[in-house]
Design a protein around this ligand. Structure first.
Ligand SMILES: [Zn+2]
Length: 355
């Protein structure tokens, strides 16, 4: 049996936000091409699994009915700009977005039933900026939030970790679980002042959810070393204390230094190291149960390579990938990052034991 399920269908290519839009069907095409070229399926490390048809009931796990109907009728009428900015839909987009949700649910079902060790849902459109009643930042339905709610309500899980490693803060996901202790939302992202305007250190959850939201807003241009330092000093100790029963990873590939939309400075090796840590902590705490769900990432020249590096870690495939020389962050960036890491530690020490 293959270790890792890759959930994908060509249907995901049918959502078309327009010719020059960065969230293009080519993103998934280059990823699939590279996975095939590296022999993940042929050599039995991964199995390709298609999603089932999604249902409206799945969408209703986090979205309001009026919003679902609005998206559906808007797409049926031919599409256009769904929010005030950059979430553009075409005629097919409602069906594709529903199918992205179905793919995310398939990913967690296969792992929770023990059919695969872990899984990666290669879906589009992405989801983590979408809220209960709004589309935003290329996202229509919140795939990962629906997957988490599905695990809580339909599989009886009590503690689910959502680790959001997209370069942008997952405002929609954070908002949906802001009052809940059943989901620990952890977001590491670039300075969110310009977009999406949330994801600052003092956003820690409310009510029963106090202490179950963790934000690390990095300055632009940080590198692997700074990111991993924050991961080791803050994220891993908190996750070990939370003891999640399932780990969901909002996986954006836009932290890479070549990304045309975001402004961080990580490399392919950085991604591999992040996943090594996630998989290690998962095998220690929750029997290795990890499902990754694709969010952003727009640098077509490296998307396939990052996905391969990550999936090689997940499936334990021996894959050698080239080292890259990322630009070094300026000294003031490293200093600022250090200050932020200390501030997050101070803030989160109210809830967790952090050295
Ligand atoms: Zn992003």
């Amino acid at each position: 049996m293959a270790t890792t399920a890759i959930i994908y269908t060509e249907k995901y290519l049918a959502h078309n936000p327009g010719r020059d839009h960065p969230e293009s069907p080519q993103r998934l095409m280059v990823i699939m091409q590279e996975l095939k070229a590296n022999g993940f399926f042929e050599k039995g490390f991964c199995s390709l699994v298609k999603p089932e048809k999604g249902t409206i009931e799945d969408l209703k796990l986090v979205h309001e009915e009026d919003y679902i109907k609005l998206v559906e009728s808007y797409c049926r009428a031919g599409g256009g700009v769904l929010d005030l900015g950059d979430t553009v839909v075409s005629k097919e987009s409602f069906n594709v977005a529903q199918c992205a949700v179905a793919g995310s649910l398939k990913a967690v079902n296969l792992v929770s039933k023990g059919l695969f060790h872990n899984s990666f849902a290669l879906v589009r459109p992405p989801g983590h900026h979408a809220g209960a009643y709004y589309a935003r930042g290329f996202c229509i339905f919140n795939n990962i939030a629906i997957a988490a709610t599905h695990l809580l309500k339909r599989h009886g899980f009590k503690r689910v970790l959502i680790l959001d490693i997209d370069a942008h803060h997952g405002n929609g996901t954070q908002e949906l679980f802001y009052h809940s202790a059943n989901v620990l939302y952890v977001g590491l992202h670039q300075d969110p002042t310009g977009f999406p305007g949330t994801g600052f250190i003092d956003e820690v959850g409310e009510g029963e959810g106090v202490g179950y939201t963790v934000n690390i807003p990095f300055p632009f241009r940080i590198n692997n070393a700074i990111y991993l330092e924050a991961f080791d000093q803050i994220i891993l100790p908190i996750v070990e204390q939370y003891k999640p029963q399932f780990i969901l990873v909002s996986t954006g590939f836009d932290m890479h230094y070549t990304d045309p939309v975001a402004s961080l400075g990580l490399t392919i090796h950085g991604y591999a190291e992040i996943f090594e840590r996630i998989l290690n902590v998962a095998s220690k705490l929750c029997d290795g149960k990890v499902s990754a769900i694709l969010e952003g990432g727009y640098s077509l020249i490296v998307l396939g390579k990052i996905a391969s590096a990550v999936i090689a870690k997940m499936s334990q495939a021996p894959l050698i990938f080239e080292d890259e020389q990322a630009p070094k962050p300026p000294e003031q960036v490293a200093k600022r990052a250090e200050t932020i890491i200390q501030e997050v530690k101070r803030t989160q020490s109210r809830f967790w034991n952090l050295k």
